[in-house]
Design a protein around this ligand. Sequence first.
Ligand code: C2E
Ligand code: CA
Ligand code: CA
Ligand code: CA
Length: 278
Amino acid sequence: WMLPLGLFIGLFIVALVTFLSHKRLSPLAELGVAVRRKEFLVHYQPTIDLRTGRCVGAEALVRWRRPDGALVRPDLFIPLAEDSGLIQPITDQVVDIVLREMGAALRADQALHIAINLAADDVCSGRALAVITRTVGRHGVNASQIWLEVTERGFVDADAARATLARSRELGHTTAIDDFGTGYSSLQYLQGLPVDALKIDKSFVATIGIDAVSGPVIAHIIDMARSLQLSIVAEGVETQAQADYLRAREVDFAQGWLYSKALPADEFLRFYRSMQGS
Ligand code: C2E
Ligand code: CA
Ligand code: CA
Ligand code: CA
């Protein structure tokens, strides 16, 4: 009986050490464990066509489900992932989840699109696009139904980024510049980028009808996008007054709590389908 007892004690010590060392992991090490254990999930925020008022797709937004069940918002771990090189495996997992959850719906309805966020690293390395192409192909989905959202902040290698964006356009993806207006984006800069759409950051949408100083900024952004023949998506639309303003200025698409927060896959598809017949 000594042998089972020894084994039991040994296992107990291993469990104790694991428990204690887990308590002491740094945020970065914890995130590394989360990547290995695939603790991420995706919620989908509906995108509304402002002309018709109908849902045309969604943006995939990642969340981290910790072992204790807590759901961590991306703002709390994406910056760390971006600074540490962990963003690329996270992007891979998001792409995989999106195609697993939405593949069938995308194949069945070619008008539906899902937008995936790419970090600067993903764009510069070109690796994410290769992963997307492979995964989209494996699921028999059209590349044109996968939109890409990229932030220009952190494009260390502008030439590499431009090459990825050009390739993504060739493949048929619609690419949007995310968080427009929050970085150093200028008209001149935008002119050189092969992108199709521009996403107005929610901080500008929030100024509509309220802030006399930055209010005109959003009008300027809309004019700029129009002069470059880019589609426009407004994010963070919370009030009917904001929606009316954007619609009057012929902004193409909107997202925000006025319509819906980000939803789990099945709830999003129910939301989407409920708007099709109407
Ligand atoms: P983002 O790309 O600018 O996404 C918009 C954020 O605004 C989302 O926050 C969304 O939930 C939130 N939002 C939507 N509607 C409203 C509204 O009406 N009012 C307000 N106040 N907020 C609204 P979320 O999901 O917390 O994501 C935060 C950021 O994390 C995203 O900002 C994006 O930059 C990043 N992120 C999310 N998912 C991914 C991902 O899969 N990959 C990468 N690289 N980044 C991601
Ligand atoms: Ca985005
Ligand atoms: Ca934003
Ligand atoms: Ca963003």
